[in-house]
Design a protein around this ligand. Structure first.
Ligand SMILES: NC(=O)c1ccc[n+]([C@@H]2O[C@H](COP(=O)([O-])OP(=O)(O)OC[C@H]3O[C@@H](n4cnc5c(N)ncnc54)[C@H](OP(=O)(O)O)[C@@H]3O)[C@@H](O)[C@H]2O)c1
Length: 222
């Protein structure tokens, strides 16, 4: 698979995608988008009842992201990991610890492709955010200091994993809605104010087969 990604050759459709956060606002359309592309899907969920009515081709694993054994079971035999884990902003943030476990288990299982999501307020070296987006990021740092600090830590951890083909997607405000097909991507600043979760799902699933944003943290919006 490494070779395929590095050469930009599209993956065959029998790859399996592991999804964390697939019942959340951001993640809830990823499994369906992956199935439409012919991928196999395994999802970690705390409460399988939330999935009533979902496609029965989705392999469901009941568990918790804080449990390393559950992550191991989720990732076993998978080729791509999608991490759309999320928490209410006021909770003690677990982003960096969850992602750290996921990346360690990926290394153990020799899985190379990781696609994660985070907020557009995350600022990384090389960004050239316009004034309004700088103010937005500042407000997030003021109102949710623990969460933003932990998301910065998560990004730093991801960037250390040079052997993993990671992509960290930075999102604006996420709305429930249909796919527009008009996603703007920018590597240094947020190109819009919002995006629908179906646009996110299709962008994420495309990344499973593309090498363009490996080792990058693109902002996406519509
Ligand atoms: N929503 C936005 O507007 C927005 C904007 C920018 C960035 N983001 C980022 O996108 C990511 C996802 O956010 P979201 O809004 O989709 O969050 P969300 O709606 O709260 O969904 C969180 C997901 O994580 C799962 N989860 C939480 N704790 C878990 C645990 N202990 N074990 C297993 N699964 C667990 C939830 O599963 P359950 O079904 O079990 O609860 C759910 O699938 C976050 O990084 C967030 O910062 C979101």
């Amino acid at each position: 698979m490494n070779e395929n990604l590095n050469r930009g050759v599209f993956m065959t459709n029998n790859y399996k995608i592991a999804i964390i956060g697939g019942t959340g606002k951001v993640g809830r359309h990823i499994a369906a988008a992956a199935l439409r592309k012919g991928y196999q899907v395994r999802m970690l969920v705390r409460n399988p009842r939330k999935l009533d009515g979902q496609d029965d081709r989705i392999e469901i694993l009941q568990g918790n992201v804080e449990n390393r054994d559950h992550i191991r079971q989720l990732l076993q035999d998978c080729d791509v990991v999608v991490n759309a884990f999320g928490q209410p902003p006021g909770d003690v943030p677990l982003y960096s610890s969850v992602t750290s476990i996921v990346l360690k288990v990926m290394n153990e299982l020799e899985i190379s492709r990781y696609i994660g999501v985070t907020g557009g307020s995350l600022t990384l070296e090389g960004d050239r955010k316009r004034f309004t987006n700088k103010v937005g990021a500042l407000l997030f740092r003021i109102f949710f200091p623990a969460m933003i600090k932990d998301k910065q830590k998560e990004a730093a951890i991801i960037q250390q994993y040079c052997n993993i083909e990671w992509t960290l997607i930075r999102l604006p405000f996420v709305v429930e809605g249909a796919e527009s097909g008009a996603i703007k991507v920018n590597l240094t600043d947020m190109p819009g104010l919002k995006i629908s979760n179906q646009d996110i799902a299709s962008f994420i699933v495309r990344q499973a087969a593309e090498a363009k944003y490996i080792h990058k943290a693109p902002f996406i919006a519509t």
